[in-house]
Each structure stands twice: as C-alpha cells, then as structure tokens.
Design a protein around this ligand. Structure first.
Ligand code: SF4
Ligand code: SF4
Length: 105
C-alpha cells in the first residue's frame, strides 16, 4: 500500500485546535474546537500511535482521497491547507511547509 510521508508536518498544532467541523472528531472537541488529546506545550498528540484514522494523512488517502487526487496533488493540497491556516492565524513563517519540497512516495 502506498504511504504518504508525514514529514511535511511542521508541528504547528493548528489542525488539532480546529476540529469543530470534523464530524469524526465530535467526541474529542473540548467545546472550543481544540481536541482533548492535544498537548499545548509540545503541540503534539497525546495519543499519536492510537489516533483515529481521520487524523492520519496516509490512511485517509488510501481510504478516501485516492480517487480524487494523485499522491503529489494530495500532499500539495494538504500542505496548502496547513499554510493557509498558519497565515490566517499569523503563525511564524518558520512553520510554513515548502510546497516544492513536499514529500510523498
Ligand atoms: S496544521 Fe499542518 S503543519 Fe500544522 S500540525 Fe497540522 S498537519 Fe502539521
Ligand atoms: S487525536 Fe491527536 S492528531 Fe487527532 S485531532 Fe486530536 S490531538 Fe490531533
């Protein structure tokens, strides 16, 4: 099975703080859009190894998005969303994912 690299993530933590529109994570929402498993100090997931599939970029590609996107299109699309979120919240530019260095195999 094709595996998309997860190394594109710069661990900005924004996606885990904006889950209110993700139906699969409804039970995880603290009520302010932040996941109950998000660790603020490290910006990482407390249950990373057992996180649900919706949080796994590679699994979601193989389950749902392979019909719509090539691996490179999918990786670029994900990276673009991350960057847009970071720009909206004025996160330091050091977190931006460099689209032309987006990894996938
Ligand atoms: S928004 Fe993107 S870069 Fe930031 S933690 Fe989530 S996946 Fe990683
Ligand atoms: S389960 Fe983990 S990866 Fe998924 S939204 Fe919550 S903190 Fe983020």
């Amino acid at each position: 099975m094709r595996k998309l690299e997860e190394t594109n993530c710069t661990i900005c933590g924004l996606c885990c703080q904006h889950i209110s529109k993700v139906s699969e994570l409804k039970e995880f929402d603290l009520g302010n859009g932040t996941c109950k498993y998000y660790e603020h100090t490290t910006k990482q997931c407390k249950i990373y190894d057992s996180r649900p599939d919706i949080c796994k970029v590679d699994v979601m590609y193989d389950k749902r998005y392979y019909k719509e996107f090539s691996p490179s299109e999918y990786a670029i699309s994900n990276a673009s969303i991350c960057n847009s979120l970071q720009e909206f919240y004025r996160l330091d530019k050091s977190y931006r994912i460099l689209i032309n260095q987006t990894n996938f195999i």
